[in-house]
Design a protein around this ligand. Structure first.
Ligand code: BGC
Length: 251
């Protein structure tokens, strides 16, 4: 068996599905529920239990989780759009105790980026692949010759000429929506972000993920970069797929 449950915990929703970690396909339905108000650890863990019991009622499939925070050895070192009490918590231990199954935890953008390398837009690309997720925040994943360099957090980089504001503050998709930015105005911020990343990292490929990447035709053609830049293929499933694929156990 090569199946693992993938769970993608976010500030607004929690998604889960069983993943075939060899083919990168979801087995059966994906379940999505709203994140409990406040996103405090105990409540989120109980939702995860409920999802796991729905997906695999009598089984004992292991679980790969992704979470919007710096994660080192399963411990959260930050907390984006979730309660601050996650900071310092061993997320893996909490979820193993609640779910009664083996659990492995990684950063959400790292999971999504790894999924694009394994099963999507950057499949088997050698050299440096830089994946960004444009959503409520901006997440990033660096994958060099297939090896993930975790917790890069490039969305928190201050952008040159933007008065100390970070890429996430200027160019997250929620900012575009909240400020009703035109695609052109938004793309001007993205140009500075990707142009800076290009100057610093000289990647071989950029992959743009997050729900808005479905609308890539509206903004990717407006960017001028020497590095190829392509939309993600797995959109909202990338976190689930990558969380499951990065978990170092299969049943
Ligand atoms: C967080 C990252 C996360 C990204 C996307 C950022 O605010 O710092 O850890 O990957 O949002 O959720």
């Amino acid at each position: 068996m090569t199946q693992t449950i993938g769970i993608d915990i976010g500030g607004t929703g929690i998604k889960a599905a069983i993943v075939d970690v060899v083919s990168g396909e979801l087995i059966g339905e994906k379940i999505k529920v709203g994140t409990p108000a406040g996103a405090i650890p105990g409540d989120v863990a109980r939702v995860c239990l409920d999802l796991v019991e729905q997906l695999d009622p009598d089984g004992s499939l292991a679980v790969g989780v992704c979470f919007p925070a710096v994660i080192i050895d399963e411990v959260a070192f930050s907390a984006s759009n979730v309660d601050q009490s996650w900071i310092g918590l061993n997320v893996g231990d909490l979820l193993e105790a609640t779910l009664g199954r083996r659990v492995h935890v990684v950063n959400d953008a790292d999971a999504a980026g790894f999924a694009e390398y394994k099963f999507g837009a950057a499949r088997d690309v050698q050299g440096l692949v830089l994946v960004t997720t444009l959503g409520t925040g901006i997440g990033s994943a660096l994958i060099y010759n297939g090896v993930l360099v975790p917790n890069s957090e490039l969305g928190h980089m201050t952008l040159p000429g933007r008065r100390g504001r970070t890429a996430e503050q200027l160019a997250a998709n929620v900012v575009r929506i909240r400020k009703r930015l035109s695609w052109k105005r938004w793309a001007a911020h993205l140009q500075v972000f990707y142009g800076t990343l290009e100057a610093l990292f000289s990647p071989d490929l950029f992959v743009v993920g997050g729900g808005v990447s479905k609308e890539y035709e509206q903004f990717l053609p407006l960017l001028s970069l020497r590095t190829p830049i392509v939309p993600a293929q797995h959109f909202n499933n990338a976190g689930i797929l990558g969380a499951a694929a990065l978990a170092p156990f299969t049943k």
